[in-house]
Design a protein around this ligand. Structure first.
Ligand code: TRP
Ligand code: SF4
Length: 406
């Protein structure tokens, strides 16, 4: 809701189980998640249903990948005591919310999501003219709205999915956030905050509604976030009353763009499985050495005595990620003057990658040897996620006027 980061902001993100992760995932996503789990309430999950939307013909590998990927997360520093780590399909509430949201989602919104056509073109060998594939971004919306996330750390390519999520939330609140006597209920809710807070709330609301004062809106939202003594329903009313005429049952999330720390691959392109230029998190140290040794360098340095230009060399990009100023200066000068050879230049990078991977691999080995522990982490995470999910879903069902089940 509010734009200032705070302790109680919720973060949700997921990853499709693609098997073992590589340094690109580590630098691009996981380190960011590890940072976030310290200051936010985080939900990180393995999106196995999303994997099925493209790999429904070959589901065999998926469950193995779920566990392997979880091990990599844990090895990279995701901590089950700081973040809720779970499997999407173990929280079937996601499917229920997806179904309910599908009722209000115009087909055109889904057809217009850029990844829909892009991926169909890119993955020509698969038949992606399916209902499930069209619904991919809506399932993602359900994943996010389920936890009333404030922030969703994702890469650039996922931003349209977050946009869709915001539109779905807005549409949902517009359709179902109206209730008889809303204004009276909101006024009564304001009074429950106590005299002083109620007065401040009304003042800020007036400033926003009459003058469009954005700062007043944010102040009021921050104030509501901090309120301890009001019910969830009243909080939704007060949020909704600030801006319009209904409850905000599903708040709109924001995309938290993963800093484009594009980890260079072994060939200088972005590191990616589809380019075959990766170093996996579980790469054997010997293979790390061999792979980096074999990296192409500036073609101008055909002989040891030929000077080169670091900017034209993929190894230099690794120095930019891994080396301190001194090492970089040494490599830069040595390259330009032909003072060092490429093998010399690669050595500190080899050492740095090995040093980075060593503790990760040590932890991965521990989990690898204790798969029941991994499964129990996922089980507990999924149970914890279900409790939050159930609460949201109850609110959604009530707002949609379903007959109460119990
Ligand atoms: N679509 C995301 C990807 O391909 C994965 C994902 C599924 C996700 N559900 C999500 C990411 C919810 C963030 C929030 O990377
Ligand atoms: Fe690349 Fe280093 Fe060789 Fe220069 S010396 S071409 S930066 S590997």
């Amino acid at each position: 809701m509010s734009t200032t980061p705070s302790q109680n902001q919720r973060v949700v993100s997921g990853m499709r189980p693609t098997g073992k992760l590589h340094l690109g995932h580590y630098h691009g996503v996981l380190k960011n998640w590890v940072d976030m789990q310290m200051n936010h309430e985080c939900f990180f999950f393995v999106a196995d249903w999303h994997a099925l939307t493209t790999h429904y013909e070959t589901p065999d590998g998926i469950s193995k990948h779920v566990e392997d990927m979880t091990i990599d997360w844990l090895a990279a520093g995701i901590s089950p005591s700081s973040a809720t780590v779970f499997v999407q399909s173990h929280v079937p509430e996601h499917a229920e919310l997806h179904l309910l949201l599908s009722m209000i989602t115009p087909l055109g919104w889904l057809e217009r999501v850029p990844t829909y056509k892009d991926q169909q073109e890119k993955l020509k060998e698969m038949d992606l003219a399916t209902y499930g594939f069209l619904g991919y971004p809506l399932l993602q919306s359900a994943d996010i709205l389920m936890y009333k996330a404030d922030m969703v750390p994702v890469g650039e390519d996922q931003v349209p999915h977050i946009e869709l999520t915001r539109e779905i939330a807005r549409r949902f609140n517009h359709l179902y956030g109206r209730e008889p006597g809303f204004e009276d209920k909101a006024e009564a809710a304001a009074n429950k905050m106590g005299k002083k807070s109620a007065r401040l709330y009304r003042e800020l609301r007036k400033q926003f509604q009459e003058k469009g004062d954005q700062e007043a809106l944010e102040k009021a939202q921050a104030m509501l976030e901090a309120q301890q003594n009001i019910s969830l329903g009243d909080r939704e009313r007060l949020f909704g009353y600030l801006e319009g005429a209904g409850k905000i049952i599903l708040p709109e999330p924001m995309a938290a763009l993963t800093p484009a720390a594009k980890m260079p691959g072994l060939d200088g392109q972005k590191m990616s499985k589809s380019y075959g230029n990766t170093i996996s998190l579980r790469e054997d140290p010997k293979d790390v050495e061999t792979k980096i040794r074999k990296m192409p360098t500036d073609p101008a340095r055909a002989r040891r005595t030929d000077p080169g230009t670091p900017e034209k060399c993929p190894v230099w990009q690794l120095h930019e990620v891994y080396s301190n100023d001194d090492v970089r200066k040494w490599a830069d000068e040595g390259c330009r003057s032909a003072g060092i050879g490429c093998i010399d230049c690669k050595q500190p990078v080899i050492e740095a990658v090995k040093a980075e991977l060593a503790p990760i691999q040590e932890r991965a080995r521990e989990y690898e040897e204790n798969r029941p522990l991994v499964r129990s982490i996922l089980h507990e995470g999924s149970e914890a996620a279900r409790q939050v999910a159930r609460e949201t879903l109850d609110g959604v069902l009530e707002a949609m006027r379903f007959l109460h089940r119990d």
